[in-house]
Design a protein around this ligand. Sequence first.
Ligand code: ZN
Length: 134
Amino acid sequence: MSEAISSDLNRLVRRRARRRCEYCQLPEGLGFITFHVDHCISQKHDGPTVAENLALACPACNAHKGSDIAGLDPEEDRPVALFNPRTQVWSEHFRQDDFLIVGLTATGRVTARLLRMNDADRILDRFDANRWNG
Ligand SMILES: [Zn+2]
């Protein structure tokens, strides 16, 4: 069961993330899709409901991440912890190449793959976001 996130905590997470998904960087506010407050370490794995363990996530990243905290690295065939926006820096693990998210490290590769950041609909979302942002 998920613990309720207070409105203060919700606001803090949104402001800190500058209304972007902290996994795929998609801006919130396109269309009518509301982003979710995600537990970086899921509650299933005893991740607490505190600012230091919360991140803003688009519905697609949130749904694909679920309660997972690790995945298998496709290159090295070993388990690797998923990217944690609270303890890691996005640009050290990913880069955006046109509308693709490229994993630069095992963490980046595992996270991009598990969260399906490069599915066709996700690439289209980034294309649309880019168009609306000029
Ligand atoms: Zn996302």
